[in-house]
Design a protein around this ligand. Structure first.
Ligand SMILES: [Zn+2]
Length: 329
């Protein structure tokens, strides 16, 4: 916990919260009245932003104070309905003093795609954020929504809320806000990289070197406690739990280690190969890539359904060649 934060008087903190609100709004992280910010003043008192006020135009006396259950104890305006999300974090993490929630466009795009934020692509992201979780979707506002982040809060300071936005937290207002800036800047770069079409990852050894720098900078990382040796730092995720449906799986940024396990298929082969039916897959989710064991050999002689598929590919190819020969006359 930042000792400066403890001695700052409340008015200064209110001014600082308004300043962070202006940054959130001016960066385009929260349209209209979106977003909310909180700061723990004492064990059972939390300063927070009001509902239905633009975060870009708040005055210090617009802010509210609530207890750890979300009951408003002071302030002329009504507290944000999303404060329960902030309090859920503060109850689990004694070191967290401030929480920022908003909808930064690039990070929110990842949250809507439910694409895990890839690692081993950029050193600053690895050092200052590290593992990022995606919490499952829930209707915003109530306790069930706040509870969606609980499986991840201990192991990260940055959570994407599926189909919604971001949640970042830290030792003071600026620390919590900077994590929002970093995740959105990183996601923006990733979207640009994807447009260029080539993605190069650095390896697990280089990732471990970066994670080992973190204690010197005063940044905790649960992977250090678990040990970095023989660890799949680039391809794996700490966060496999807490999903009642649609666990996020990489579809856009796939680490070569994962891609290698998927056998090569031509697009037409992929279309014609019958996919195994997956048990317990809820409607609307995309099936996982076929495993090596169940996929057909790309050069061997296939039998049964695959033989039919090969015959069909040959027939289509013959027709295309005939058409091409015809048009060349
Ligand atoms: Zn929101």
């Amino acid at each position: 916990m930042n000792s400066n934060g403890a001695v700052m008087n409340e008015w200064k903190l209110r001014e600082q919260m308004c300043e962070i609100g202006r940054r959130v709004y001016n960066k385009g992280f929260a349209a209209a009245n979106d977003g909310n910010i909180s700061y723990r003043l004492s064990e059972d008192r939390v300063l927070c932003t009001p509902t239905r006020v633009s975060k870009g135009f708040m005055k210090p006396d617009d802010l509210c104070i609530v207890d750890l259950e979300g009951k408003q104890v002071s302030g002329k305006r009504k507290r944000s309905s999303e404060i329960l999300l902030h309090l859920a974090v503060m109850k689990v993490r004694a070191d967290v003093r401030s929480v920022v929630h908003c909808h930064p466009p690039h990070a929110t795009a990842f949250a809507i795609a439910r694409e895990p934020v890839p690692k081993c692509l950029m050193p600053e992201f690895e050092v200052f954020l590290g593992e990022v979780a995606i919490a499952p979707y829930e209707t915003p506002g109530g306790q069930p929504f706040a509870n969606t982040v609980l499986p991840y809060v201990k192991d990260t300071d940055t959570i994407l809320l599926a189909n919604h936005g971001t949640l970042t937290y830290g030792s003071d207002l600026e620390d919590a806000y900077f994590k929002t800036e970093i995740i959105d800047a990183y996601c923006r770069i990733l979207i640009l990289v994807k447009q260029l079409g080539r993605v190069h990852f650095y390896d697990d050894t280089k990732a471990a070197e970066l994670i080992k720098l973190k204690p010197n900078l005063g940044i905790a990382d649960p992977r250090l406690e678990r040990g970095l040796e023989n660890c799949d730092l680039c391809g794996n995720s700490l966060f496999r739990e807490g999903y009642h449906e649609n666990q996020p799986e990489p579809r856009v940024f796939i680490h070569p280690k994962i891609a290698e396990s998927v056998p090569h298929q031509s697009p037409i082969e992929a279309l014609l190969t019958p996919r195994p039916s997956l048990p317990n897959q809820p409607g609307g989710s995309t099936p996982a890539p076929a495993s090596g064991a169940s996929a057909p050999s790309s050069n061997g002689h296939a039998s049964g359904a695959n033989a039919d598929a090969e015959a069909l590919v040959r027939a289509i190819t013959d027709q295309v060649m005939q058409a091409l020969n015809g048009s060349a006359r």
